[in-house]
Design a protein around this ligand. Structure first.
Ligand code: 13P
Ligand code: SF4
Length: 303
């Protein structure tokens, strides 16, 4: 079967199943091209909570599909590739978080959505990279335990110096490995380009950039900007939309290493199999889901 045939079968099955297909900005081009909605973690959470379809095919990684299920328990949420996880999410376990909460009893736990449902269930509020600063500013607590991304946490701490923020030691394996030397090298090659980075990059790389934002914020910034050249400091999947929507502009990836292997697991074939066999449905123990929904819903209200 060629891609055109696969796409036609996906569209037919989507209709039959009363399904919607959503994709994260890091998905491969073909998957982004067939999705009903492509976005960052925050936009996808909001969209999944608002759709009327009974089935959501979530092309992304596990914590994202879990968030959709937490917010819409009555819907069937399918993750086409069950092994598509996020190593950062595994860097905080419920057991370790319970220990840390004992160490900082007065701190509110602000949990980046890149985390498991069990960890969210132990947190006070969730955030994404697009709203972390505003969430930390808006909550009444002055002391915060920010989990699991140390880099996003450092960025928030710089932007909200009036609050005391304890950092976890998690990080994204894709963004964290980019060094300041690499960032400087590419800027030297393209001195007239605007430098945009994701806050999962190391603090010194974030400091060096002209703009910091979520994947959607990076895409929107470059699209609205009058500049013609951009250095992109996040996973290469964003180049698909950037190039499609801005054919007259030039984009340079900060590093060729900016690839998330888990995001690349989902293919058109996985989406077809997922719809054909209804696999793999996200299941969350109801007690955990209810507790986890508190932090996500609070985020949607505030964020
Ligand atoms: P966004 O919320 O910016 O899409 O980021 C999610 C993510 O996993 C970044 O690595
Ligand atoms: Fe997780 Fe990093 Fe991949 Fe985002 S890019 S899903 S944080 S491993």
């Amino acid at each position: 079967m060629d891609n055109q045939e696969i796409i036609q079968r996906i569209l037919d099955l989507k209709e039959q199943r009363n399904a919607v297909i959503v994709a994260h900005n890091y998905q491969i081009d073909e998957v982004q091209s067939i999705a009903d909605m492509v976005g960052d973690s925050f936009a996808l959470s909001k969209y999944c909570a608002s759709v009327t379809q009974e089935v959501i095919v979530f092309c992304g990684v596990k914590f994202m599909a879990e968030s959709a299920k937490i917010l819409s328990p009555q819907k069937t949420v399918l993750l086409p590739e069950l092994s598509a996880g996020c190593p950062m999410a595994d860097m905080v376990t419920p057991e370790a978080l319970l220990e840390a909460k004992k160490q900082f009893p007065g701190a509110a736990v602000v949990c980046y959505v890149n985390s498991s449902a069990e960890v969210k269930a132990l947190s006070d509020i969730c955030c994404t990279s697009s709203n972390a600063v505003s969430i930390v500013k808006k909550i009444p607590e002055q002391e915060i335990l920010f989990i699991p991304d140390q880099n996003l946490g450092s960025y928030v701490a710089k932007k909200v110096p009036e609050k005391k923020i304890h950092l976890w030691n998690g990080y994204c394996i894709t963004h964290h490995k980019i060094t300041l030397a690499e960032a400087k090298k590419i800027r030297d090659l393209h001195p007239d380009a605007v430098f945009l980075v994701h806050p999962e990059c190391k603090p010194e790389v974030v400091e060096f950039a002209d703009f910091v934002g979520s994947t959607k914020q990076i895409i929107d910034f470059a699209t609205k900007s009058n500049s013609k050249k951009f250095i992109i400091g996040t996973e290469m999947g964003v180049l698909y939309k950037l190039k499609k929507d801005n054919p007259e502009k030039t984009f340079f990836l900060m590093s060729q290493g900016l690839i998330c292997p888990n995001m690349k697991k989902t293919t058109l074939k996985s989406v077809l199999n997922s719809l054909r066999e209804m696999k793999s449905p996200v299941e969350i123990v109801e007690e955990v889901r209810k507790k986890a929904s508190y932090g996500l819903e609070r985020m949607l209200e505030l964020g």
